[in-house]
Write a protein that binds this ligand. Structure first.
Ligand code: AFP
Length: 327
């Protein structure tokens, strides 16, 4: 008789250990999770006003943006495992510990415009082997994770062994909620971002009309983290945020938002494309690089990419040959 009965709850650390995640990566993910607990608390206790400062893109920062960034930076420092980090709230790659093994990219608080409306927001992280990021691709990530701060705080991670969700319990521990989140090839909901682009991108309007005619359900909050999390938890759906006149390269950031989510989505059996090839294969040439993103059920990502590529036929351009056909 085994003296230790199987635990009724599986902690994040236990799951990482049982999954064979290498020790130093396991420790770092635990440290990022700890930072998430403090951000969770900050959201509930911090003044939601403006910080009176701007980020690297000239966007006004909330006190919460600045505080979330500070909290995460301090936890990364304390871990002693981070060689350098890049935050959406700071302009350049910041060196921390020269002989540490990892470089971390993160959006400390995605969805700032939703905070005053009390809608769900999130933090997004990608973990690379240490080193400069320019010239690399998101496929090189060793792990990616996000936290969604809603009625409950949920952490979802992948470290090349599937996608797993944890809930922050009343004593401040992340407990396993769902193992192996997986995407079916099904579209019950759609989440169309940058909808203003229908005015200058006719194929986007065509895609919207297809979804409307098919009668599927609109589920869009304006927060990438809850909107993509919704698909992963339901195991179906499509999320788009394409380029248009306001955002010629797309609105969302490759490094801090699209790269980590593409990693997680492909680990869950879905796909993430910029319309021509996997987001994971887009070379990083700028820290603030933006990209269009079509992410979700694999077949739907392919269909949307094909409909949107009609734009090139309309403009008599030959559609760019997909370097890496959408998975
Ligand atoms: P904010 O951080 O300015 O609220 O933007 C949120 C976001 O970066 C992402 O979380 C959303 O999916 C996307 O912007 C919403 O874009 P649209 O406003 O074009 O729908």
């Amino acid at each position: 008789m085994n003296a230790c009965p199987l635990p009724t709850r599986v902690s994040l650390n236990a799951h990482l250990f049982q999954s064979g995640v290498p020790d130093r990566l396991r420790h770092l993910i635990n440290d990022v999770a700890r930072a998430g607990k403090y951000v969770h608390n900050a959201i509930r206790t911090t003044d939601l006003g403006l910080a009176g400062s701007e980020n690297q893109f000239g966007e006004e920062q909330l006190k919460l943006d600045v505080l979330s960034n500070k909290i995460i930076k301090e936890e990364l420092c304390e871990s002693r495992l981070v060689h350098s980090y890049a935050s959406e709230e700071e302009a350049v790659l910041q060196e921390l510990v020269p002989d540490a093994p990892f470089t971390v990219v993160f959006d400390p608080l995605d969805g700032s415009s939703l905070v005053d409306a009390n809608l769900a927001i999130g933090s997004i992280f990608g973990i690379y082997e240490k080193g400069d990021l320019i010239g690399r691709k998101p496929r090189e990530q060793l792990a990616a994770l996000y936290l969604v701060y809603g009625p409950r705080t949920i952490l979802v991670y992948s470290a090349d062994k599937g996608v797993h969700a944890f809930i922050l319990n009343e004593v401040g521990e992340f407990i396993l909620l769902q193992r192996n989140l997986s995407m079916r090839d099904e579209v019950k909901t759609y989440a169309p971002g940058n909808l203003r682009a229908v005015t200058d991108t006719p194929p986007y309007r065509k895609m919207m009309n297809i979804w409307l005619d098919e009668g599927i359900t609109l589920r869009y909050s304006g927060g990438m983290v809850p909107d993509v999390h919704h698909m992963l938890i339901k195991g179906a759906g499509i999320f788009t945020n394409i380029a248009g006149s306001k955002y010629p390269q797309g609105k969302l950031r490759l490094l801090y938002e699209c790269g980590p989510f593409a990693y997680i989505m492909e680990q869950a059996g879905g796909a993430a494309s910029d319309g021509h090839h996997s987001i994971l294969d887009v070379k990083i040439h700028d820290m603030d690089q933006r990209t269009p993103i079509i992410i979700g059920a694999k077949k739907e990502v392919k269909r949307v990419s094909e409909v949107l590529s009609e734009n090139h036929r309309i403009s008599n351009e030959k559609p760019r040959k997909a370097l890496h056909p959408v998975a």
